[in-house]
Write a new protein. Structure first.
Length: 56
């Protein structure tokens, strides 16, 4: 007795959590926005990140 293969392959939604393309892209975008904000704040305040944290 042979088993038949399904005629249609279901389209599963890609998971939003874990190590996948969506999560990596979202993390990269958040890092770029954070880095840009740090640069802008340093320019506006004339102080570096170390000064903000009180380490200098």
């Amino acid at each position: 007795m042979t088993q038949r293969q399904p005629a249609i392959t279901p389209k599963l939604e890609e998971p939003k959590f874990g190590f996948n393309e969506y999560a990596e892209r979202l993390n990269g975008r958040a890092a770029m926005i954070g880095f840009a904000l740090v640069i802008v704040i340093e320019y506006v305040t004339n102080q570096g990140v170390v000064s903000w944290l009180g380490l200098k």
